[in-house]
Design a protein around this ligand. Structure first.
Ligand SMILES: NC(=O)c1ccc[n+]([C@@H]2O[C@H](COP(=O)([O-])OP(=O)(O)OC[C@H]3O[C@@H](n4cnc5c(N)ncnc54)[C@H](O)[C@@H]3O)[C@@H](O)[C@H]2O)c1
Length: 312
């Protein structure tokens, strides 16, 4: 009989999940994935010893069966697109709020030892003066942000009311391999470079973002599975660096190197777009000894290598 600890990763076939599974795959851990494959791809987990359960987190019965026997739960599955959440807030509510509730409920029933929730920084606090930190009052401006705030609320409540050790990790702008389907700026621009299409920057390109390489994010998630933590609260995982979209594109051009790079055009700014964003990593440093090691030039080079080798 195997003595390996079971980790359940919801959304494990997605961008962050496939990277995390590459990191967590060690003999003492047995990984179970619950994913409905609405965005992720089963084949991205080929070659990894995972127990794959195709199912939906909105289905309480499927969630209950998937959680049974798991010691730790990493809850990544979500309706992740902000624009889609505006177009279809009901689906966003059902998946992100009801789905998270189902996971928490089943985790209490099955005595899960730690529950790590994938949350978000910017979409929860809205347009504020950076550095963004965990103690800022929430002010979501999209249904997606509201649903993640609700998820954090339930994580806090399930720690307070039922003693389930939860932590909400607020991710910044994550980029890296396996992001082929993502709508985030780096993934979108690399797809456009590949397709030979011009890149469109909305606004003057001087808006700033906090770009964190997925490998560094996964290190933070892995630590959150083990470290002593103040349960029920949130911790931000970001680079702590402020980068303009213009300078990120200049670094993309360097990463692409001798390969052809498309022209860059500018369009009017999009309504509601945050002008400045970067996060404070003080709490992550304190509790997770978090120090992202990958600078943007190296992370972009690795990401571009992956896009070039991608076979869709
Ligand atoms: N990528 C980022 O920059 C970023 C930033 C902040 C927060 N997050 C959060 O991190 C988590 C992972 O994001 P990602 O970038 O890997 O997204 P992703 O879309 O690549 O992965 C999500 C996975 O969840 C699965 N899924 C979606 N709905 C489901 C459902 N109802 N039941 C079961 N599975 C379902 C999808 O098939 C997919 O494999 C999400 O919760 C997201 O909100 C991501």
């Amino acid at each position: 009989m195997s003595l390996a600890i079971v980790y359940l990763i919801t959304g494990g076939a997605g961008f962050i999940g496939t990277n995390l599974i590459r990191r967590l795959s060690i003999p003492s851990v047995r990984i179970r994935v619950l994913d409905n494959l609405s965005a992720g791809r089963r084949e991205d987990l080929d070659g990894f010893d995972v127990e794959f359960v195709q199912g939906d987190i909105q289905d309480a019965g499927a969630v209950h069966r998937a959680v049974a026997g798991a010691r730790k739960v990493i809850h990544l599955a979500a309706n992740t697109n902000v624009v889609q959440s505006v177009a279809n807030p009901e689906l966003n509510l059902d998946v992100n709020v009801r789905g998270t509730f189902n996971l928490l409920r089943a985790s209490v029933e099955h005595g899960v030892e730690r529950f790590v929730f994938a949350s978000t920084g910017g979409a929860i606090v809205g347009d504020v003066t950076p550095p963004v930190h965990e103690d800022m009052p929430p002010n979501p401006i999209s249904p997606y942000g509201a649903s993640k705030l609700a998820g954090e609320g339930y994580c806090s409540a399930f720690w307070g009311a039922y003693g389930l050790p939860t932590v909400s990790l607020r991710f910044s702008n994550i980029y890296g391999p396996f992001s082929y389907h993502k709508g985030s700026v780096i993934a979108k621009f690399f797809r456009e470079v590949q397709a030979g299409k011009p890149l469109t920057i909305y606004g003057d390109g001087e808006q700033t973002r906090d770009f964190l390489f997925v490998g560094d994010l996964c290190q933070g998630i892995a630590r959150a599975l083990e470290a002593p933590l103040p349960f029920g609260g949130s911790i931000q995982l970001g680079s702590g660096r402020e980068t303009t979209v213009n300078s990120m594109v200049a670094l993309m051009r360097e990463a692409v190197g001798g390969d052809w790079f498309p022209p860059v055009t500018y369009a009017p700014p999009r309504a509601g777009e945050v002008l400045r964003n970067y996060v404070s990593t003080a709490r992550a440093e304190k509790y997770l000894d978090f120090s992202p090691a990958t600078d943007l030039p190296s992370g972009l080079t690795e990401t571009w290598k992956w896009f070039k080798g991608l076979r869709c």
